[in-house]
Design a protein around this ligand. Structure first.
Ligand code: NAP
Length: 525
């Protein structure tokens, strides 16, 4: 059973009722354990009574934690008072299932350790005791010093039932050490990377024998940086289904926190009953971080890394990476100079593919009432289409349209970039593509059958969420197709305006879904 623990912070005796209600919700949502985080409560004169009630009325087995400020908690009082509270709780009629005590405190004072040992189960314990000890190690900055020595020392403590490790992951590579520690664990262990780089360590913990993962009841109730909600962990990331043989896929980019790829691909894996999961793999901009991170994922002997969706700003890096590793770059991706899909075949060979380009062509074709499944090299030969933007999305869209015969005109805020992209695409590969550049002003010629927005204008949270990239002078009517690659929101200001003027509209989700379906087909190879 892949255990999930939901931590609930209780800062004041007045919060006990609410906290118990939250614990009930956590149980309903599938949690197995509740961690009562009573750091702040512990300094209240009524703390013991409140803690007893929390443990007694907890709907699930409870962990009680009074986390010290030095390890990221709120408890700033005397260690002796803290231990006295735990001692009193442990000897009460309803002791908790676990006490969590930091290794730094436990190892610092023999007297303190002795008092804890009195209330937890261990080979030398004279009484029948239900409570077990979690010895924990936290570092909010990075990998703890002397990590391996500390882990060995914690595991050797007779009273230690579970070793818990949590430190700030500074890149996705840090997760691999956590996986190695879990795989070679000398005692039951929970291990997680804090922060956004560490999410994959929480999701994949059961693959390496981790004892449990922590998840928040709601995102605003998280007690640690990077903690997913229980719903995300169980639904989006299939935590319960993760096991030793689970194949791992990633969404690689910067940022990736709001990507829809995990929800899309994990839902497909679930439908297919495939033992696979796709997790966020944030990789900082630049070739070096990309090469080092992907290389480490591929070379890890136990990760079973099978591929990735690759997004901004690493699409160009993916082509270079696969070529340098002796893999195959699909001709279309090579021609565009960017790929969005990495496949690691069962024999270990690599493939880089671009599913954005065909997806964009299919999306546009649907706007022209052409059945996307019938698209051939000349299907769009009668169409003249303007692409706004000259970045990665524009390159894929322009290539996808040109590959089906369209005459493509690229227009961009920075005109030089439009010219450079048009020239590069027109000259790339075999079989000339009709791609040229124009200024934004010239788009009002009345000579286009369609317009595509490949800038972030209109995107929620983007540079101009209420804006439209199309110059006002452009005339739209029902003979024209307007396709916005932006998919959040689903109906952008451009699409709303185009629809109001009678144009046919194609939403960005059409392209997103089509490129993701193609990625699924590749992941199945
Ligand atoms: P990118 O490489 O950063 O390129 C952005 C382009 O937009 C550049 O040409 C840039 O012009 C232009 N631009 C940015 N801000 C602008 C502004 N305020 N006014 C005018 N032009 C502006 O980004 P990308 O990877 O091509 O992605 C662009 C958009 O495509 C994304 O925001 C995303 O919504 C969408 N997209 C959708 C899908 C899908 O599946 N539907 C897939 C990929 C991308 P300069 O050259 O002048 O800087």
């Amino acid at each position: 059973m892949n255990l999930v623990c939901v931590p609930i912070a209780v800062d004041h005796p007045d919060m006990v009722g609410l906290a118990l209600e939250r614990a009930g919700l956590a149980a309903d949502r599938g949690a197995n354990l509740i961690e009562w985080r009573v750091d702040a409560l512990a300094e209240d004169p009524q703390a013991l009574g409140a803690m007893r009630r929390l443990v007694r009325e907890s709907p699930l087995p409870a962990i009680v934690t009074i986390r010290a400020a030095a390890e990221g908690g709120l408890y700033d009082g005397d260690d002796r008072d803290r231990v006295s509270l735990l001692e009193s709780l442990g000897t009460s009629g309803d002791p908790p299932r676990y006490l969590d005590v930091e290794w730094s405190s436990y190892s610092r004072s023999a007297n303190l350790a002795q008092k804890i040992d009195l209330v937890v189960d261990h080979p030398g314990q004279a009484r029948a005791v239900e409570t077990r000890l979690i010895l924990s190690l936290h570092d909010l900055e990075g990998r703890p010093r002397d990590l391996l020595q500390k882990v060995a020392a914690m595991a050797q403590e007779p009273a230690c039932a579970i070793v818990k490790l949590a430190w700030r992951a500074r890149s996705i590579r840090d997760n691999l050490e956590l996986f190695d520690l879990l795989s070679e664990r000398p005692a039951p262990m929970a291990a997680m990377g804090l922060g956004p780089f560490g999410l994959m360590s929480r999701v994949l913990s059961p693959k390496f024998g981790g004892f449990m993962a922590y998840a928040a009841l709601e995102s605003d109730l998280a007690t640690a940086d990077g903690q997913p909600t229980i719903e995300e962990l169980l639904e989006t990331y299939r935590y319960r289904e993760v096991g030793p043989a689970t194949e791992v896929f990633g969404i690689v980019g910067w940022p990736v926190a709001h990507s829809q790829s995990p929800a899309f691909h994990n839902a497909r894996f679930r439908e297919q009953d495939r033992d696979a999961v796709l997790v966020p793999m944030p990789v900082a901009p630049g070739w070096e971080p990309f090469m080092a991170s992907l290389g480490a994922m591929l070379d890890h002997p136990r990760l079973s890394f099978r591929g990735a969706c690759v997004t901004m700003p690493h699409k160009e890096h993916l082509c270079r990476f696969v070529a340098e590793r002796g893999g195959a770059v699909e001709p279309l991706a090579a021609r565009i100079g960017a790929a969005n899909t990495l496949l690691v075949r069962k024999d270990g060979s690599l493939l880089a593919a671009n599913t954005d380009a065909p997806a964009a062509a299919e999306a546009m074709a649907s706007g022209f009432s052409i059945d996307p499944s019938t698209l051939g090299p000349r299907s769009l030969a009668q169409k003249r289409i303007a692409v706004l933007g000259a970045g990665g999305a524009a390159a894929a869209v322009a290539a996808g349209l040109a590959a089906h015969g369209a005459s493509v005109v690229i227009a961009n805020r920075t005109a030089d970039r439009a010219e450079a992209l048009a020239e590069r695409l027109a000259k790339s590969g075999e079989g000339a593509w009709r791609v040229s550049a124009a200024t934004l002003d010239s788009l009002a010629c009345g000579c286009f059958h369609g317009f595509v927005n490949a800038t972030p204008i209109g995107m929620a949270g983007g540079p101009e969420p209420d804006g439209s990239p199309l110059p006002d002078e452009v005339v739209l009517d029902d003979s024209i197709v307007v396709f916005d690659t932006v998919y959040a929101p689903a109906r952008t200001p451009l699409l709303a305006e185009a629809a109001s003027r009678g144009a046919k509209i194609v939403a960005g989700l059409e392209m997103f879904t089509r490129q993701a379906v193609r990625q699924q087909a590749l992941f199945a190879e």
